[in-house]
Structure formats: structure tokens, C-alpha cells
Design a protein around this ligand. Structure first.
Ligand SMILES: C[S@@+](CC[C@H](N)C(=O)[O-])C[C@H]1O[C@@H](n2cnc3c(N)ncnc32)[C@H](O)[C@@H]1O
Length: 307
């Protein structure tokens, strides 16, 4: 990385390939550190989710959860890559701070991916919601400010069986329960070592419970670590090998149906996980490395993906 340009909690950094990204001073991490924001969002989400293909076949609103809105590179890249398709998009973004988005908008020229969406981003900054026509479709974009694990835990608790069955949960101010269940999730927290609260088994268990079993949903993430994959499996997801992104030679994709995975993890992976020194999910927000506990190994073996 080359020279940073200053800001409060964030810096603009130029990557070796000439593109720019944000660096968080508090976390000591760059948002998209190697290939840059747009290339990473294209590879990890647009391509991996086969988003255009799914939207072309989809009837009704296609719901995307954008976990870790940050500087909106993922959100805007997904919107731009699909704007010629007629399928309406419901985009639900989550973050515990709006600061990186405000900072990024001030550096829109260098970042290069805001073009044409500045008005909408300003609306998200100021009102946390906007409904607009974008190319061939409408977009309903909402932002939920707050601690994602806490929002999810509160939403899961409040979601009664009656609401779940109706598929139209009521809205709670400040809670994610007003958001419809997703068809796709862009999961982009900082790394497990720096941001462990976003990678725990309780979080992914609550996230899985929040999905509609009748609504196929996939979640790609840049991590390919054994601990992450075990966490997703024990939370209830099916888990597969994800594409290379140019930054990582392999990533991970999880889903609530095997149909959305091209290369599900197999028994060879399971054997390696059993021998790994770092496979036991984190249960709280303290980063910790440990081999699989006997109970987790039992549960993994009983997972429908391996039986
Ligand atoms: C790598 S950045 C996301 C980059 C973003 N997706 C983009 O395209 O610009 C990670 C984001 O996760 C958010 N985050 C970290 N911990 C969180 C939490 N507990 N709840 C909600 N958001 C959180 C951070 O504020 C940060 O914006």
C-alpha cells in the first residue's frame, strides 16, 4: 500500500494496483486490501452468488442483506452490476457506524465507485432509507444502524412463530425484525482476529434462524478458514468451497440449500477439520483458537451435508 490520506477514524489508502480503499485506524485493517473494492465485490459477491442469473429468474423482490455496509463498495457494485435487469431489489444494509460511508463519500472521486449513486448514498446517510428507480428496476434500500449481533439476537427473540409463518414480520424501530428474510447475504466484517464478535457461532446460528427455509439464500465470505467453515456448518448452513477472488485463492460460500453450492465441502475436508488445531467455533467476542471439541465433532458428523 502507498501513502494514506488522513481522516478521523479512517484513512484513504492507495493499493499497489492503483485503486483506493479505506483503512480503519481503530481496527488496523483495510476494507479491501489487495485487489480493491470493486474487483473484490465483483468476484466475491456478484460472480460467486451468480447474482445476474438468479435475478433474471426471480419473481418479486430479491432481498439482499449487506452486513457491514462500511464504505458501500459491495452495495454499490452489486447495484451497478444488475441495473439492466428488471427484478426489483430490496437492499438491507447493516453497520454499527455510518462514519466510513460519510468519509468515503468525501473521497468519492478517488474511490471511483459512487458515480451515479451519490444522491442515494446521501439519503442513506441522512434518512437511512431510500426508494428509487435505478435502470430497469426499483431499489428499496434501508440502513440499520447498530450492533449486528445484538440486532439479530433481538430480532430472533421477538420473531414469533405466527410472524414467521406469515412471512411478514412486524417492524421494530432499531431492530432488524422489519427486514424481510434475505435471498443473498454479503457478509463483510473485519477479520475474525480483529472483529471476533462478528464471527461467533451464536451470531451465525441466529442468522440461520432468520432465513426463510422456503427462500434459497447464499452467503459468500472471503474467509476460507476451518474455524469459519465449522461455525457456518454448526449454525445450520450447508457450506462449500468458494471461488478465488484474485486476493484469496479460495473463499467460502454457505447456503440454506445445497442447490446453491457448486462444490460442497466433503469428507476429506471433514477429516482435515478433525485434525486442525483451529476449528472450534468462537462462542463470544474473544478471539480464540482451539481444536474441535468432542461435542462439535459429533454434531459435524451428523450434519445433513455429510450423512
Ligand atoms: C471490511 S468493513 C466493510 C466494508 C464494506 N462492505 C464496503 O464494501 O465498503 C467491515 C464493516 O463491519 C462493520 N462492523 C464491525 N463490527 C460490527 C458490528 N458489531 N455490528 C455491525 N457492523 C459491524 C464495521 O463498522 C465496518 O464498516
Amino acid at each position: 500500500m502507498r501513502g494514506p490520506a488522513g481522516g478521523d477514524g479512517y484513512q484513504l489508502v492507495q493499493l499497489n494496483n492503483g485503486t483506493h480503499s479505506l483503512h480503519s485506524l481503530a481496527y488496523g485493517e483495510t476494507f479491501h486490501p489487495v485487489i480493491g473494492p470493486v474487483a473484490e465485490a465483483q468476484a466475491l459477491y456478484v460472480k460467486q452468488l451468480r447474482l445476474r442469473e438468479r435475478l433474471q429468474k426471480h419473481a418479486g423482490d430479491f432481498v439482499i442483506w449487506d452486513v457491514g455496509l462500511g464504505a458501500a463498495a459491495n452495495a454499490l457494485t452489486v447495484l451497478r452490476a444488475t441495473r439492466d435487469l428488471a427484478c426489483p431489489i430490496r437492499l438491507v444494509s447493516f453497520d454499527c457506524t455510518i462514519e466510513p460511508l460519510a468519509f468515503a463519500l468525501q473521497h468519492a472521486d478517488a474511490l471511483g465507485y459512487f458515480g451515479g449513486y451519490e444522491t442515494q448514498v446521501r439519503a442513506i446517510l441522512e434518512q437511512h432509507a431510500i426508494h428509487f428507480t435505478d435502470g430497469a428496476r426499483t431499489v428499496n434500500w434501508q440502513f440499520h444502524l447498530g450492533d449486528f449481533p445484538a440486532l439479530l439476537a433481538a430480532g430472533t427473540e421477538r420473531r414469533s412463530p405466527t410472524r414467521r409463518a406469515s412471512g411478514s414480520p412486524s417492524r421494530h424501530a432499531g431492530s432488524e425484525t422489519g427486514a424481510p428474510s434475505p435471498h443473498a447475504i454479503l457478509f463483510d466484517a473485519f477479520s475474525p482476529a480483529k472483529n471476533p464478535a462478528m464471527w461467533t457461532l451464536p451470531l451465525f446460528t441466529n442468522l440461520f434462524r432468520r432465513l426463510d427455509p422456503q427462500r434459497p439464500c447464499a452467503l459468500p465470505t472471503y474467509s476460507r478458514s476451518t474455524i469459519m467453515r465449522v461455525t457456518l456448518l454448526l449454525a445450520g448452513f450447508f457450506v462449500g468451497v468458494g471461488h478465488a477472488t484474485g486476493e484469496k485463492e479460495e473463499t467460502t460460500i454457505a447456503a440454506n440449500t445445497l442447490d446453491l453450492l457448486t462444490e460442497p465441502l466433503d469428507h476429506r475436508w471433514l477429516d482435515r477439520a478433525r485434525r486442525s488445531h483451529s476449528a472450534e467455533p468462537m462462542v463470544d467476542s474473544v478471539y480464540r483458537i482451539a481444536p474441535l471439541a468432542a461435542e462439535s465433532w459429533e454434531k459435524l458428523q451428523a450434519h445433513p451435508q455429510f450423512t
